[in-house]
Design a protein. Structure first.
Length: 484
């Protein structure tokens, strides 16, 4: 929260220095190349101070005015704030806390850790590959927030630290999104804006996905084994009680599961499996067409439905466990309270983007990128597109929003550089994905470290060598793709 408070003030001050500007928008809302123009900044100091003052509020339930594009709590238009994700985190907290109160999750994790005590690397690899597959197919990212209640105690029971759980979740799903193959929210939106099909460039993206996922999984496993062998080498340390879970896993006897425990664990698996099923855009994923008509059985759920799912699941688990009305109610409230901190962090992160939006400086940054990439060689052009999209990805963590803004500008530039537009799409999504592995303006990263109770500075120390490796690999793939 301290980091985000500093970022909020820094971005607010930056808005005084960066001139406001706008592109002319087409009917689809995308900016038209060559139409950038400066706009008069009529906002007073009082208006700017009001933006700073209301940043957390707008980050939660700010509304974007359909006419002016500004975000405020009293406007009429589309929800811009993170209220959906905010409630989702609280609902997850209630559900996980109720499950823990039954004793089933503790016992199940101890049993699994006991059986995999010599094969922890296999568990890490399995979790990360599954998350990566979901990320490359349907943009699975924010949904990882619901898995920390399972991953953290499981990794601790195997003798690892909390950073291993964070790495498995953030990096597993993040590397999949970075190398999106048929992800409708990233590749689909960008390909459509670039005027190409979703399948263009899929070979390059698929090879990138295999290589980068392998490198990332091995990186996390290498760190996990180092911590397991020597706990003093943990970058985040251990909280009171963390090491006790390892002692339980090392016990000679395998914990037994009662019928109640088994029933609760079955419900737990079914709820998470249904969550994944409900959010996957199956028609787009299976046909490769971003605008494919949804199947009749496709739910297309988002955070409002998922919040309701986990609240209902919490009550269902409590009824099955015969917790009683008083205990169940208090446990649900306690669970929401325990997860309030990461929920507030997500809200603050969204507030930063509101300041950027209301100050009208995003298009100015986009215009500067347009000037940089003109007149370069094909291989250098692809790398530059990747590099210049990095700061824009910081300002706009949303992949679909970033694609809508940037691709109509960058895609036509590829024609002059003699580069396939598919390479531009790949470069853009790699930049968005690489930044979202660590920037504090995305709910996936800042919410994940908060849920795992790991300091953001500790996570940066853990991930920066991998970021350097991925940066070099991405540049190599893009240069090769452009040359071919």
């Amino acid at each position: 929260m301290t980091v985000l408070a500093l970022v909020t003030v820094a971005v607010w001050l930056l808005a005084f220095l960066v001139p406001a500007g706008q592109y002319t928008r087409g009917k689809d809302g995308a900016p038209v190349s060559g139409t950038y123009h400066r706009v008069d900044d009529t906002r007073s100091l009082t208006d700017r101070l009001n933006d700073l003052f209301l940043a957390p509020v707008n980050g939660l339930y700010g509304i974007q005015d359909a006419t002016t594009g500004e975000v405020g709590p009293s406007f009429t238009g589309a929800l811009y704030g993170s209220a959906g994700v905010f409630l989702f985190v609280l609902a997850i907290g209630s559900f996980i806390t109720v499950v823990f109160a039954t004793g089933a999750l503790d016992r199940g994790i101890a049993r699994l850790a006991h059986r995999l005590r010599d094969r922890g690397a296999l568990l890490i690899a399995a979790v990360m590959v599954v998350f990566s597959v979901l990320g490359t197919v349907e943009g699975f990212a924010e949904e990882t927030l619901g898995f920390y209640g399972l991953l953290v105690p499981m990794m601790l029971a195997l003798g690892y630290d909390r950073l291993v759980a964070v790495g498995a979740a953030i990096l597993g799903a993040g590397i999949g999104v970075l190398c999106s193959t048929v992800n409708p929210f990233a590749t689909g939106v960008a390909s459509s804006a670039a005027g190409i099909s979703l399948g263009d460039g899929i070979l390059l993206r698929s090879v990138m996905w295999v290589v980068l996922t392998t490198v990332t999984v091995l990186y996390v496993i290498r760190y996990a084994r180092r911590v397991q062998k020597d706990p003093s080498k943990s970058l985040c340390g251990f909280l009171p009680g963390d090491r006790m879970q390892k002692a339980s896993a090392d016990s000679a006897e395998e914990p037994e599961l009662s019928r109640l425990h088994k029933a609760v664990l079955v419900l737990l698996v079914l709820v998470f499996a249904f969550m994944i099923f409900s959010v996957v855009p199956w028609s787009g994923a299976l046909t490769g067409k971003a605008d494919a008509r949804p199947y009749s059985w496709e739910l297309d759920w988002s955070f409002p439905e998922l919040s309701a799912l986990f609240l209902c699941a919490a009550v269902l688990v409590g009824v099955v466990a015969r917790m009683g009305e008083a205990r169940l109610s208090s446990t649900i409230i306690q669970g929401a309270a325990d997860f309030m901190s990461p929920a507030l962090v997500i809200m603050l992160a969204r507030g930063v983007t509101v300041i950027m939006n209301n100050s009208k400086i995003t298009d100015t940054v986009l215009h500067s990128i347009e000037g940089v990439v003109k007149g370069t060689s094909s291989s250098l052009f692809a790398v530059i597109v990747f590099v210049v999209n990095l700061p824009l990805a910081f300002l706009i963590p949303s992949t679909s929003g970033h694609a809508t803004l940037a691709m109509p500008i960058l895609a036509p530039l590829a024609d002059f550089a003699g580069v396939s537009r598919a390479v531009v799409v790949t470069a853009w999504q790699a930049a968005s994905g690489w930044m979202n592995l660590w920037v504090p303006t995305t709910a996936v990263t800042i919410g994940g470290v908060a849920l795992a109770k790991v300091g953001y500075d500790k996570y940066l120390r853990f991930v920066w060598p991998l970021l350097a490796i991925l940066f070099a690999l991405i540049c190599g793939f893009l240069a090769l793709g452009a040359a071919l």
